[in-house]
Design a protein around this ligand. Structure first.
Ligand code: PMP
Length: 367
């Protein structure tokens, strides 16, 4: 959709990246490190300063003190973290539960590891909100289930987990050999004063979890591809067996710069929800009076819009047609689903400057 948007000159609200830059102080720190010798291989698990920042951040926001040496590994974005985790945990013939809609990088990694994906659709309530279907997840778990992949805050639906959700998941896996891979790249973008309930925060689940995050979302720099995996020592050991030979070490000046910035400005993370919530509210206000139905997203920088009152066309063709005809690109929900999905919802990224959101919403209101 980004390519189509570029070809047609459409406003691109499809791919998830901000239209604004990371803070100047952060880029200054990276430049400083580039000019002061941070140009050779970093240690395989990550530079000590960044590992410490991740530990401090996890203690502050999730209440767990991670072992800096044995429980954190810096990765080349979340994508490498997810790939290494799946490759480390899944063996030929193992079943892996994936909730639909799902981010697109899980499935190929599972297939490459010889795993068998078992897709469980999420439930949609009357308000159009998505929830994990714990009953069906429980029914799908069997002796061959090796891994459950979850992603909360959830792309594309903005769903978040409650404390009860975590307890239910703990009940489901208690007497099994399942591990959990938690993709938490939007950990600092949760709205309406809700906390992000990380798997790190849950004593019982933590023992069997690999938790993946990305600084791309947190510091407005998706192109830097800087992420990390937090996991208990035994799982970190497995993770590093793969990470060592896919990536080995992640960009040194980037790690040093992000470490400096977040060490001095940990409040940046605490302020991120308000920053994106204002963008969400602006986008939703601007859509007031449109024919789209929606519930403001609970998290992430994505808003789902239900176009059922405007068209009954399939979402993929609507998304393409509106990119060409009205000049606004979005992503159809079906591309996130392996199970049949017949909804009428498109995903729009509101991580954009006001002028872009205003013009996009003006065009959408005309439909
Ligand atoms: N997981 C989810 C749910 C995402 O939305 C993204 C980015 N679009 C990623 C993982 C990948 O993150 P990174 O760019 O750090 O590899």
């Amino acid at each position: 959709m980004s390519r189509l948007a570029a070809e047609t000159g459409a406003i691109n609200l499809s791919q998830g990246y901000p239209s604004f830059d990371p803070p100047q102080e952060l880029t200054d720190r990276i430049t400083w490190h580039l000019e002061h010798g941070a140009n050779q291989y970093a240690p395989m698990p990550g530079v000590p300063g960044l590992l410490q920042v991740i530990a401090d951040k996890t203690r502050r926001f999730q209440g767990r003190t991670l072992d800096v040496e044995r429980e954190i590994t810096v990765s080349t974005g979340a994508t490498e973290g997810l790939f290494s985790a799946i490759t480390a945990m899944v063996h030929r013939g193992d079943e892996v539960i994936v909730l639909d809609p799902a981010y697109d990088s899980y499935e190929p990694a599972i297939a490459l590891a010889g795993g068998i994906p078992r897709h469980v659709p999420m439930l949609v309530d009357e308000d159009g909100e998505f929830h994990p279907d714990w009953q069906r997840i429980g029914d799908t778990i069997n002796a061959r289930t090796r891994l459950i992949v979850i992603n909360f805050p959830h792309n594309p639906t903005g769903a978040i987990l409650s404390g009860a959700d975590l307890d239910t998941l703990a009940d489901l896996v208690r007497d099994t050999d399942c591990y959990i891979l938690a993709d938490e790249v939007y950990e600092h973008i949760v709205f309406e004063n809700e906390p992000h309930r990380s798997l790190v925060s849950h004593d019982e689940l933590w023992e069997r979890s690999l938790v993946i995050s990305s600084f791309g979302k947190t510091v407005h720099a998706t192109g830097w591809k800087l992420g990390y995996c937090a996991a208990p020592p035994a799982l970190t050991t497995e993770f590093r067996k793969i990470h060592q030979f896919t990536t080995f070490a992640v960009s040194t000046p980037m790690q040093c710069g992000v470490a400096d910035f977040l060490r001095d400005h940990m409040d940046w993370c605490a302020n991120l929800p308000a920053f994106y919530e204002a963008k969400r509210d602006r986008f939703c206000e601007l859509l007031d009076g449109s024919r789209f139905r929606f519930r403001p997203a609970r998290s992430t920088f994505f808003q789902l819009l239900d176009y059922g009152a405007i068209s009954d066309e399939a979402d993929a063709s609507v998304a393409e047609r509106w990119t060409r005809d009205i000049g606004v690109a979005s992503i159809p929900l079906t591309v996130f689903c392996n199970t049949p999905f017949t909804g009428t919802r498109l995903r729009f990224c509101f991580g954009k400057d006001d002028a872009t959101l205003e013009e996009a919403a003006r065009r959408l209101r005309e439909l």
